[in-house]
Design a binder for this molecule. Structure first.
Ligand code: GLC
Length: 786
């Protein structure tokens, strides 16, 4: 019925709006602490407190005093040092060095401003509301000149003004359209950009929630959750990067991935035998196409039983892992949560006998159908289960496996609701929770169990985890791929804003299946998609059973050559990308950035969905349609160079760039400094020679290039290297300073070559105080570095 016009039957309206909502009402009792205030209002209990000088937390509980320590995600709830509170008859003002919160009492409304009196968020006619069926919601004033970003993994374009977005982790194989929502990840966080100033709101609530950003009609936007407290944080910014830094100070940051995880991955549902995997890896090597990982999809298992290998197809997995390992390639097996109900299968047996599966309150295990048929689902809220599951990965680590792929962890179930029964009870350390509360964090809890388990087993090496489902904070454990896309040009186009919004949402390590998962790909699409993929943080080609194969050589030599070139380009860019990953692990700022992130004062950038930045000064503008060889690119203010030809452009305008099939438009901004490695065949090889591209300008610019062993956690003990490069063009003289500022790691490169761009023949070039002839290669040996 829902597929017919019945879906929009007028009689359905009333059913949708059954819940009645009440305003929080007037303040009845107030309680002023040193650094917080609490209220009893007509319809609920409220507390306002700070977690930093720039983050205010507002919690409303309809039934009791707010619970402050009840989050699945936020760990850091430390109050800042200084809050001043002033109480007047009708208002209370709370101030830190950066924000001022004005609370009016009758009825309760909350305004957040910066210290100059500029509004960050405000409430007028409506504020917090409570539904009679357990929902909580909040209205904020909105204006048409606001732009909204983030919300995790969403289809459609970058700016979400005018959209309604839902948070409920869902397995969606049906084509991802602009209105396909929700998908696999739920990240109830968004950033608002208004006249160049940004702030963020994180709704720390794991129930099904929604964000109604259709603002223009009534001047409000609304966020709402189906249960629990209305617990949200306002991150005051004011720059987009600061908002992400603030948001990730609450929800956590990505650890630096192992270098191999940032290389090229090849996948297929499925490479079905050890022979096929070996043949695949050999072909990559014969064809000189770099490769770091092969994914083993569900066919590697015995009847889709996790923690098993099919003995006929993979008779000696350890030998396979060793053999491909010798060629610099890792295997990444898929591990789904569904455990086949089979008393003769150890994992199931252990799960049942140790009481580790999700159950109904009456004690019956919840069963659902997934790939193995009838299956039970580990209760990852239970620390015993997480511990058990983590340790089980010894099955993989003992054979040398260092990466795991978690899929179907929404959890997906082949039934009407597509998931577990909301009434299932999860048993936590301190309390039990219904699935309707835990659903959205099931993927996070599985990722935590897997990542921590792998880390314990890997003797100081960094694990890699890829996940389909997740919630805020997933970045602490896993990279995210955007699920079952299709080999459509539209899906290539959509992958850009999807990854950008994931980055805004604190998840810097993301990518879409290159070439498209379902549907038949083709040479041109694969070539264009690989060009884009080479610049997405996560870079994996994956395709589905029953559709055209899409390994790099699948569509003939012409395309193979382009695909090879761009996979090689990825490896050349590795030193810069790795540096950006390291920075992101420190401050949460993504590797792949929307244009507005670097140009928040330029409204032209606010809705750009088809080009992006890698770090600050590299602009990538992929071709997104068949047969197209020219496209418009917006270059923000400044001077830009075509990466391939060196042609110079003055920015603050749009240009048309010519991009025949073998060309991905890339522009480098003047002032850029970019380390480039060699086109190695996997990240297990290191580059002997590093080229440092310099694009000097009058203003001084600098770059800190990060390097470490790429595989262990030794960097946490200071075992890394930092090279500071300082650059300036002054009176026809280019001055370069290149110094190692932290020598905790003995880098493996042997020499650097400085490559100057945009300088005149007659300009003088001085490196570390010595004049050099820049018409010759300028090479500096590492041994000569002080
Ligand atoms: C799901 C995943 C896909 C995988 C398939 C089989 O559809 O999203 O990536 O190949 O399951 O495991």
């Amino acid at each position: 019925m829902e597929d017919t016009s019945f879906a929009i039957h007028p009689g359905k309206e009333s059913a949708v709006n059954e819940e009645r909502y009440y305003d929080i009402g007037n303040v009845l009792v107030e309680d002023l602490g040193d650094r917080h205030v609490s209220f009893v209002c007509e319809k609920g209990f409220v507390q306002v407190l700070f977690t930093s000088e720039k983050i205010v937390r507002i919690v409303m509980n309809p039934n009791q005093q707010p619970l402050l320590d009840d989050s699945f995600v936020v760990e850091n709830t430390i109050d800042p040092a200084n809050v001043t509170i002033e109480n007047q008859v009708d208002t209370i003002t709370m101030k830190t060095s950066n924000i001022e919160v004005k609370i009016t009492k009758n009825p309760l409304r909350i305004q957040v401003q910066d210290v100059n009196g500029n509004t960050i968020v405000s409430e007028s006619d409506y504020g917090m509301v409570i539904g009679n069926q357990g929902s909580v919601a909040c209205y904020k004033d909105a204006s048409p000149d606001e732009y909204y970003y983030g919300f995790g993994e969403k289809s459609g374009f970058l700016n979400k003004q005018g959209e309604k977005l839902e948070m409920w982790n869902s397995d969606v194989y049906a084509p991802h359209n602009p209105e396909t929502d929700p998908l696999y990840q739920s990240i109830p966080f968004f950033m608002t950009l208004r006249n160049g100033s940004a702030h963020g709101i994180y709704l720390d609530n794991t129930y099904r929630s929604s964000f109604d950003m259709r603002t223009e009609a009534d001047g409000n936007y609304i966020f709402q959750a189906a249960g629990g407290q209305l617990d949200y944080y306002v991150c005051a910014g004011p720059t987009p990067k600061e908002v992400i830094e603030q948001y990730t100070s609450l929800t956590g940051r990505m650890p630096i991935p192992p270098k191999w995880a940032i290389g090229y991955h090849q996948s297929r549902y499925s490479y079905e035998s050890a022979e096929e995997v070996k043949e695949l890896v050999r072909t990559f090597r014969e064809k000189d196409i770099p490769l770091d990982a092969v994914h083993l999809d569900i066919h590697y298992m015995d009847g889709y039983r996790v923690f098993t290998f099919n003995q006929n197809r993979f008779p000696d997995p350890e030998k396979l892992i060793r053999e491909i390992g010798e060629l610099g390639v890792k295997a990444v097996p898929i591990v789904d949560p569904g455990v086949k109900a089979d008393a003769a299968y150890q994992t199931y047996y252990d799960g049942v006998t140790n009481d580790l599966f999700c159950k109904y309150i009456e004690g019956d295990v919840f069963f659902g159908d997934v790939w193995p048929g009838k299956s039970a689902f580990p209760d990852f809220l239970n620390p015993k289960t997480r511990n058990w599951w983590g340790k089980k990965h010894e099955f993989y680590t003992a054979m040398g496996i260092e990466g795991i792929w978690n899929d179907m962890n929404e959890p997906a179930v082949f039934n009407e609701t597509k998931t577990m029964d909301e009434k299932v009870v999860h048993r936590g350390e301190n309390s039990n929770r219904l699935h309707k509360e835990v659903h959205n964090v099931y993927g996070n809890l599985m990722a935590e169990a897997t990542y921590d388990g792998m880390k314990d087993l890997m003797d100081g090496k960094r694990p890699f985890l890829l996940t389909r489902a997740g919630f805020s904070g997933i970045q602490k454990y896993a990279a995210v791929w955007t699920g079952d896309n299709r080999s459509f040009w539209e899906h290539l186009e959509m992958a850009i804003p999807m990854c950008l919004n994931l980055g805004v949402s604190g998840v810097p390590f993301s990518g879409a299946d290159v070439g498209g998962f379902a549907h038949d790909s083709n040479g041109e699409l694969l070539a264009r998609w690989t060009q884009f993929g080479a610049f997405t943080p996560y870079f994996r080609n994956h395709s589905a059973i029953g559709f055209a194969r899409q390994e790099p050589w699948s569509f003939g030599e012409k395309y193979e050559e382009i695909v090879r070139d761009y996979i090689q380009l990825r490896y050349k860019w590795m030193p810069h990308l790795y540096t950006l990953f390291q920075e992101s692990s420190q401050n949460g700022v993504p590797v792949m950035r929307p244009m507005f992130m670097e140009y928040p004062d330029d409204p032209e950038t606010y809705t750009i969905s088809d080009q992006f930045l890698i770090g600050e000064k590299v602009l990538v503008a992929p071709i997104l349609r068949p047969g197209v060889t020219d496209r418009m690119v917006y270059l923000p203010e400044g001077t830009w160079y075509d990466y391939w030809t060196g042609e110079m452009f003055e920015g603050d305008k749009r240009i048309i760039t010519h991009a025949p099939l073998e060309k991905l438009p890339i522009f480098i901004k003047r002032g850029a400094i970019l380390p480039e490695g060699e086109a190695v065949t996997s990240s297990s090889q290191s580059s002997d020679k590093i080229k440092i591209h310099l694009y000097p300008e009058e203003a001084r610019s600098h770059y800190t290039w990060y390097d470490d062993d790429g595989s262990t956690f030794a960097y946490e003990e200071g075992k890394y290297a930092l090279y500071l490069i300082d650059l300036q063009l002054e009176n026809s003289q280019v001055n370069v300073q290149f110094n190692c500022t932290h020598a905790g790691f003995d880098s493996t490169w042997k020499s650097v070559e400085f490559k100057l761009h945009g300088v005149n023949e007659t300009d003088r070039v001085v490196i570390n105080g010595n004049e050099v002839d820049h018409r010759q290669p300028i090479v500096l040996k590492r041994s000569h570095l002080k």
